[in-house]
Design a binder for this molecule. Structure first.
Ligand code: HXC
Length: 523
């Protein structure tokens, strides 16, 4: 064949491929794209392009189609089916992505969608890259019956295998109903988007039929419901663009897999910075509160704190931050909400965050100021024992560097579980305002002296005297420093350099745990 004919033939093949690519990029067609845009939503590909670095996305499996024919499916065949899959970069670091395409049969979860997502999850696990799922789907593809359900099972199995191996992030930008909620539920972080994302096992209609409750979509499973009440979601985005910004920010703190340490962030702050404000931030009156997030902002690299689960259990504050560029996990009681008491939700929030951080080699820094576990029949009957036990389990199991700072109250069981020395915290610091005791002064004096005081001539004066004695003994950290329960008493302003020095010491920490198949965390 003459060279010019060969050349023309090749050109034709390339033109055909370019045309196919253009067709594929339209997913379910322009009409459905317009309808997606009219709802204020982006398409699956537009979302990926917003998420990853410009020009970095590589799509795979764009030609994969289903082979079903029932219920008119033979006429509804789209290349790539209902999901766009591939890999790209976030700030130059590799991530794997799948993005459900609502324009193709409502993004319904099909056998092919399941196979494509399984492939990218396997690739992510083998190559040590975080996986980000962008969710916008009506749920299982009804026409495919058990094939669709089997594909979901494959996904849940893989989400579970990948747990603790690679970070998994679910970005919710549409509906997620029925059993499909268990994939995001199995991943590490769920980001929901105001207005467009909903998650529920059974929708409003079924609920009304079964329980007679009348409820709207937002009220049942909207962004703030899952951020503030159920705790299913970890972040609330105002819109899709914000959701992708949050995802990029989050990925910046995390290693690609459990085989790496987290990436070093920008070193922008003076490691020796001392903040005088810290010396007076904790009120000496134990009934007054302060904002522990301000403490965190003052100590860690400026502007580096990313709160996680910010709206759920606000009596605890957790999130990622950086210390001299290094990612750390911050866990703190928040005296501003319920005096920083540990209740069921706070226990779940703290324990889950610790376990993620330990799995991905992120050191833990804990700030302790809590009056203890929440008293009350409701908390007891709802299982505060098993929920609270998760905190001690998570800290005890964690082998990453662990630092703690007791800023004020550390009473009873709460003192033990919040990263005390004896659950193997590497270094426990106390501020001069730290109080370590079995319980607060009032409660202790009531238990120990109630009967004796009744028999005294001047019970009120005696009571005040004993209270003063108790407070003098336990309201300063020196008795615990004198017995090695804390390693050092700090001037609050020097906390930043002290933490940086301790982390440097522990950089290559290595401890071994007993051999086992897996533990059995209280649930
Ligand atoms: C296949 C489906 C579908 C489905 C909708 N479509 N549901 N195709 N399988 N399950 C198609 C529609 O025919 C339509 O096709 C397109 O998807 C978009 O759907 P619409 O209803 O037109 O969209 P919208 O008006 O935006 O409403 C979206 C919605 C609604 C609110 C999500 O579709 C809805 O309430 N669906 C039910 C959601 C649900 O209960 N899912 C749970 C299923 S059970 P065209 O051709 O017009 O674009 C489940 C079990 C999983 O998922 C178990 C896992 C273990």
């Amino acid at each position: 064949m003459a060279d010019d004919v060969k050349c023309q033939n090749s050109q034709k093949l390339i033109e055909e491929l370019v045309e196919t690519r253009e067709r594929i990029s339209l997913g379910g067609g322009q009409k459905r794209i317009d309808s997606q845009h009219a709802k204020g939503k982006l398409t699956a590909r537009e979302r990926i392009l917003q998420l990853v670095d410009e020009g970095s996305f590589n799509e795979i499996d764009a030609y994969w189609t289903h082979r079903h024919t029932d219920f008119g499916m033979g006429e509804q065949r789209y290349e790539g089916d209902s999901v766009v899959v591939g890999f790209g970069k976030i700030d130059g670091r590799m991530v794997c992505v799948y993005s459900q395409d609502f324009t193709v049969l409502g993004g319904s979860f099909s056998e092919v969608q399941g196979q494509k997502v399984a492939k990218i999850l396997d690739l992510a696990m083998d190559s040590g890259a975080p996986v980000i799922g962008i969710m916008d789907s009506v749920g299982a593809r009804i026409q495919e019956g058990a094939y669709s359900l089997a594909a979901y099972s494959e996904l849940f199995w893989r989400n579970t295998q990948a747990s603790g191996v690679i970070p998994q992030i679910s970005v919710m930008v549409g509906p997620c109903a029925g059993g499909s909620v268990y994939s995001p539920g199995l991943t590490d972080f769920v980001i929901m988007t105001e207005g467009s994302s909903h998650m529920f096992i059974t929708g409003p209609k079924v609920i009304e039929t079964v329980t007679r409750e009348v409820v709207g979509l937002d009220e049942l499973g909207g962004t703030m419901v899952h951020n503030a009440i159920s705790g299913v979601a970890h972040f609330a985005a105002q819109n899709e663009t914000h959701a992708f910004e949050l995802t990029r920010q989050l990925v910046g703190y995390l290693p690609g897999s459990n085989r790496e340490k987290p990436p070093l962030g920008p070193v922008i702050d003076d490691p020796w910075r001392m903040e005088e404000r810290l010396n007076s931030i904790v009120p000496t009156d134990p009934s007054e509160s302060y904002d522990v997030n301000e403490v965190i902002e003052l100590i860690f690299d400026k502007g580096s704190f990313l709160p996680v689960h910010a709206y759920f259990a606000p009596n605890a504050s957790v999130g990622f931050a950086r210390l001299h560029g290094q990612t750390v996990a911050v866990i703190a009681n928040q005296p501003l909400a319920k005096a920083g008491v540990l209740d069921i939700d706070a226990s779940d929030k703290i324990a889950r965050f610790i376990r993620f951080s330990d799995a991905f080699n992120v050191p833990l820094v804990t700030f302790v100021d809590t009056p203890g576990f929440m008293p009350g029949v409701n908390q007891e009957h709802s299982g505060i024992i098993r929920h609270g036990a998760k905190i001690v389990y998570a800290y005890s199991e964690a082998t990453v560097p662990k630092l703690a700072i007791i800023t004020r109250k550390a009473y009873g069981g709460a003192y033990i579980v919040m990263s005390s020395k004896y659950i193997r915290t590497d270094m426990v610091f106390a501020w001069p305002t730290a109080e370590v005791a079995v319980m607060g002064a009032d409660g202790a004096v009531n238990i120990l002296y109630a009967e004796k005081l009744k028999q005294m001539e001047n019970p009120e004066e005696e009571r005040r005297k004993i209270l003063r004695e108790y407070e003098q003994k336990f309201s300063k950290p020196y008795h615990v420093a004198a017995s090695g329960h804390v390693d050092e008493v700090l001037i609050p302003a020097e906390t930043r350099p002290k933490l940086i020095a301790a982390l440097e010491l522990l950089r290559n920490k290595k401890v071994s745990s007993p051999k086992k198949k897996h533990g059995n965390i209280p649930l």
